[in-house]
Design a protein around this ligand. Sequence first.
Ligand SMILES: Cc1cc2nc3c(=O)[nH]c(=O)nc-3n(C[C@H](O)[C@H](O)[C@H](O)COP(=O)(O)OP(=O)(O)OC[C@H]3O[C@@H](n4cnc5c(N)ncnc54)[C@H](O)[C@@H]3O)c2cc1C
Length: 435
Amino acid sequence: MTLLDLTPRAATGDRLTGPPVAIIGAGPIGLAAAANLVERGIDFIVLEAGDSVGASVRMWGHTRLFSPWRHLVDPVSRRMLEATGWQSPDPDRAPSGAELVEHYLEPLSRLDAIASRIRTGIEVIGVARRGMDRTRTRARAETPFILRTRTGDVVGEVAARAVIDASGTYRTPNSLSSDGLGLLGFDDIADAVAPALPDVLGAERARFAGRRTTVVGAGHSAANTLLALADLSAAEPGTEVTWLIRNRHAARVTSSADDDLADRAALGRRVDRAIADGRIRVVDGFEIIRARREQDRVELLGLRRGEVATHSTDVVVNATGFRPDLSILREIRLDLDDVVEAPRRLAPLIDPNVHSCGTVAPHGFRELMHPENGFFVVGMKSYGRAPTFLLATGYEQVRSVTSWLAGDLAAASSVELVLPATGVCSTGDRTGCCS
Ligand SMILES: Cc1cc2nc3c(=O)[nH]c(=O)nc-3n(C[C@H](O)[C@H](O)[C@H](O)COP(=O)(O)OP(=O)(O)OC[C@H]3O[C@@H](n4cnc5c(N)ncnc54)[C@H](O)[C@@H]3O)c2cc1C
């Protein structure tokens, strides 16, 4: 195992005069990191690829979260917002993604101390130490970071003393192919493939009404889309819904009786009911290998229970989950788990082969550290390919990381996390994550 350097070393200058801490992404976790840095008096800059804060959440804005408001607001951000007269929405109600942006992320981003530090429309396309590729070791920890950025056609660079990568995973979905490589034949069917969480009952209704849709994937995003399609099928004759999964059954969604997040448990029960009513047809044990176009139909070809199989449909929704974009971090020394692509110390706590629920031991800067002193991946991206990230976990991550950046090792080390029980255990092993 690599020995980590636990001492924060300012790359250059003091906390206000040197280069700022760079935060990649203005989602809920990037903005919470910003609020924590304001409280710590450390200068920072937030680089956001989208045109506005919460750009990824806006993409699924029509979808209701399963957590109620009381689990969705970062404690430091809440304090700063309340000081300006902001009132929290009903703590027991779960908002939609759009409401999360409107009632929380936007007001937070408008606070003077944060607004002046956010740059939207700037995509980070690479991170390195200034003048050093990943092989150069001498004086590495004291050398500032450089973030290569793109704004339209213009490429630029931003210097930083430390980097907090909170860029999420929403922009990099998994492949439909069961081997994880790009799906063979994808280009032929690309126009018939929708990304996860399409607005089936709203803006994209015409795409699905009166047609056969196949939702691929076994998680909550798949469940949300299946239920919307089942509702559509009641109103629009000819609408057919198929749920195609690789496993024999989708325990993560359907056996959720122990889930403290009531809305999420209800989601599973509603899917069960729609299957029992015949509104959703299930094709399980299907491993997709390639796709092809047959006139105006899409054919997914693969193996089902060891036999060659074909599935015919009009539209495919890719709800197979997301993976972290590690390409921008090629020049950064990372210590990632081989399976989960999460930091090696965090991975055993969230590996979906062992844990299928969102309950996780409290963790902070130690679990999130990489051999690159001053570089952290936080939020959804810190979970790599594990699908169980919850915002409350990310808020505690950034509290610990920013305390460490401020040199407050005591606060950074004292991590506490109270999460709702999310006993949605597909392994059946209730002694690990769900006990
Ligand atoms: C449908 C759905 C429902 C969910 N419901 C819940 C729930 O109920 N409770 C809960 O706790 N969690 C929930 N989650 C999980 C998780 O909390 C959210 O995905 C949350 O948005 C993650 O926050 P984040 O800040 O880590 O990432 P994101 O919200 O994805 O934000 C990342 C930001 O980084 C930007 N970005 C990406 N790449 C770059 C780049 N290269 N350069 C610059 N900017 C970049 C993006 O534009 C985006 O604004 C849900 C997720 C989904 C998809």
